[in-house]
Design a protein around this ligand. Structure first.
Ligand SMILES: [Zn+2]
Length: 196
């Protein structure tokens, strides 16, 4: 892996944790490269990624290479197969997750959120981790949107820039905008006493 791509992975892992967008070992990030993807290893401390924590997988499942890779690899693969994504960030933004229990789609009300997202679809596959159903639902949503939230679980954002390190930072940046939009919406609904 090129040094600047590794540095982008390190930056995204550290910044998402520092921003409270993921707990120490949750979340996973990937970039598309050649006929495969670089993805974070399962269960590692994302704020302290080392080169060993990143694995290259082919786009098709490969039992040998897949060992140790994030369980959400099935979702990442489906998104690369079916959308224009060149990078994917998955995290657990708290206000987005809280809103996802009540909304079928999140429509931002703040200026920045409205600039980046027409809407943020909420998908609700029967199970939420590493399944084909979840993969299909997320890929479908990311075909026409930059981000989606899996109900009660977390958000996925995509980067589409050509250079993988730029695409990863683009997806990361969208995750911060998504959570900011969701926090503003959450607080505004709280102020209005609208919990439904
Ligand atoms: Zn997750």
């Amino acid at each position: 892996m090129k040094a600047r791509l590794f540095l982008a992975f390190q930056q995204v892992g550290a910044d998402l944790f520092a921003a409270g967008l993921a707990s120490a070992t949750s979340g996973n990030y990937s970039v598309r490269e050649r006929e495969g993807l670089w993805i974070t290893r399962s269960g590692v401390q994302k704020a302290h990624l080392t080169p060993d924590d990143l694995l290259w997988l082919p786009l098709k499942p490969d039992p040998e290479r897949d060992q140790g890779a994030s369980v959400e690899r099935v979702i990442h693969r489906a998104v690369y197969r079916e959308t224009d994504a060149t990078a994917i960030v998955h995290a657990h933004p708290r206000h987005a997750i809280a809103l996802s229990f009540h909304l079928g789609a999140i429509l931002p009300i703040d200026l920045e959120g409205r600039y980046y997202f027409d809407q943020i679809p909420v998908v609700a596959p029967p199970t939420t981790s590493g399944t084909e159903e979840a993969a299909r639902a997320v890929a479908e949503a990311l075909r026409s949107h930059k981000a989606c939230v899996v109900r009660g679980h977390g958000a996925f954002t995509k980067g589409t820039q050509e250079a993988p390190e730029k695409a990863l930072l683009q997806a990361y940046s969208l995750m911060t905008s998504l959570e900011e939009a969701c926090e503003v919406k959450f607080l505004e609904r709280l102020w209005r006493g609208d919990s439904g």
